[in-house]
Design a protein around this ligand. Structure first.
Ligand code: SAH
Ligand code: SF4
Ligand code: F3S
Length: 492
């Protein structure tokens, strides 16, 4: 990550009279400088500053991309505002489930009347949904008022694309099929001053049969450890206490690097960064979660006591059809091994109900795993047919009624267990990283435990970004009420 003053120095040296450099990130520095001129000109004409809003629909990976988009908007002179006020609205889309797509079309329709009234308004669409050919066709045909369409592989090109839009006055479309490029050192605007996502890898090679992500995020590529550590050191200097290492399957980090590096080795390097007090990561695929990683987690002072370990299904037969590459027994053995090595760990998961061919017996297997592992929480999803994935053409798609009924049964089971598991810390004193003033009661602040549970307790905005010991006085099912205690009174 480049520091702002260095970035400015680099941009300063760019000569706009010359042609745009071909090398990145220099090329983008050129277009940032050029876009600044266009924005300045528009601001002068308008008599006010143009505003923007990036709306995020997807996972943490998308959220991090959105921070990069915001960084470029800030850098070229736009002011951030809310969606209903913004001159430039960008939807950073997700396509993992059908209803994610529907949401975007709905929101897009609502922008049309605003665009007709405001001649300066621009609408951009990017993210995973844009990597699907049919979506882009539909947008071209039925949503001609969209100004800018780009995908997941060229988020770094925003300044260049904005310049192209200013110059052509027409819809700009730039979608890359795939990439092996990782462009570093562009501006980013963090949503929180005290915590940050850090990409460690992009793409996915697993091709779970229901999942669209490998098609829209491309092949797996890991960032160089030195770039990751540099970024985290700069974040720490900037006051960040907690980093979330991001990848679709962090356990396969470093396999394609020269020399190779494992995810556990990377964690050990991140642990050494002074100022960073908490390390989280997302997501871990059970098939290649190593003993080495469990050891590092067990010994680490900074890696949080939380592991998100997506199960998807508890049936070995369905897991095979999902191409998950583990069995029910292997998953249970792994979960037990993790709990033995790290007794206070919180396990969370993702589960899909109604995958094609799922019988009552298969579903019972899922319930059994839920009962045995006793997750702190679980994201439960109804299977969604994604055109282009192998599962979409499988026979025996399950009827809506059956899926709904199973989904409700699963949810009840998950919630009952979660309420019991969550409450085991009642009465203990644990460290809380304070995140915000409570949105409902401003005499309270809200923060997170290492295991990711939320705690509300008396305090004010000065505490935001600090880690304080809090006695967990009352468990409320999915969160705690607590009281801050003096540091000396804290238990180990
Ligand atoms: N890389 C992560 C998951 C990314 S997608 C992993 O492997 O765990 C997040 C979650 O969305 C998945 O874990 C899965 O539970 C869910 N999901 C993905 N495709 C889906 C589909 N077609 N229908 C329903 N849920 C889906
Ligand atoms: Fe999708 Fe599987 Fe890759 Fe996760 S690991 S993103 S579920 S294909
Ligand atoms: Fe969605 Fe793309 Fe993430 S499809 S879940 S935003 S990788």
């Amino acid at each position: 990550m480049i520091e702002n003053n260095k970035l400015e120095e680099m941009i300063e040296t760019i000569d706009l009279e010359g042609v745009a450099p071909t090398k990145e990130p220099l090329r983008q520095y050129y277009f940032i400088k050029k876009a600044r001129e266009y924005v300045k000109e528009a601001n002068n004409k308008l008599g006010r500053t143009l505003t923007y809003c990036v709306v995020n629909f997807g996972c943490q990976m998308n959220a991090r991309d959105s921070e990069k988009l915001c960084g470029v908007f800030d850098s070229i002179g736009y002011l951030e505002t809310t969606e209903d006020q913004a001159d430039f609205v960008i939807f950073n889309t997700c396509t993992v489930r059908e209803n994610a797509n529907d949401k975007v079309y709905g929101r897009l329709g609502r922008l049309k009347p605003r665009k007709q009234k405001n001649p300066h308004m621009m609408i951009g669409l990017c993210g995973c949904m844009m990597q699907e050919g049919l979506v882009v066709e539909k947008l071209k045909n039925s949503y001609a008022y969209v100004d800018l369409i780009f995908g997941t592989h060229n988020v770094f090109k925003l300044a260049e694309l904005i310049c192209a839009r200013f110059e052509s006055g027409d819809m700009v479309i730039d979608i890359w099929e795939d990439t092996n490029k990782i462009v570093e050192d562009l501006p980013v605007e963090r949503k929180y001053p005290f915590k940050s996502g850090v990409n460690i890898m992009f793409g996915c090679n697993n091709f779970c049969s229901y999942c669209i992500v490998p098609y829209v995020r491309g092949r797996e590529r890991s960032r160089e450890p030195i770039a990751i550590i540099n970024e985290i050191e700069k974040l720490a200097k900037d006051g960040v206490k907690e980093v979330m290492l991001l990848g679709q399957n962090v356990n396969s980090y470093g396999k394609s690097l020269e020399p190779k590096m494992t995810f556990a080795e990377l964690l050990e390097e991140v642990e050494k960064v002074e100022g960073i007090e908490r390390i989280r990561f997302m997501t871990s695929h059970p098939k290649d979660l190593s003993d080495e990683l469990i050891d590092v987690m067990a010994q680490s002072k900074k890696v949080c006591k939380h592991l998100h370990l997506p199960l998807q299904s508890g049936s070995t037969k369905i897991l095979k059809q999902m191409n998950r590459k583990y069995t029910k027994k292997e998953y249970l053995t792994l979960a037990a091994k993790i709990k033995t090595a790290i007794p206070d760990i919180s396990l969370t998961t993702d589960i899909i109900v109604g995958f094609p061919g799922e019988t009552e017996e298969d579903f019972e297997d899922t319930l059994e795993v839920v009962r045995k592992v006793r997750y702190d929480s679980a994201f439960t999803f109804i299977y969604s047919k994604r055109t282009g994935t192998p599962a979409a053409v499988m026979e025996n798609q399950i009827s809506d009624e059956v899926v709904k009924e199973r989904f409700n049964r699963l949810l009840k089971e998950v919630q009952t267990i979660s309420a019991q598991v969550t409450c085991v810390h009642e009465g203990n004193t644990m460290d809380v990283l304070v995140e915000e003033v409570n949105t409902q009661d401003d005499s309270l602040v809200t923060g997170r435990l290492s295991n990711n549970l939320l705690v509300h307790f008396k305090g004010n905005a000065d505490l935001i970004g600090t880690i304080v010991p809090v006695k967990l006085t009352k468990c409320m099912g999915f969160y705690y009420l607590g009281e801050q205690v003096n540091s000396e009174m804290k238990e180990a």
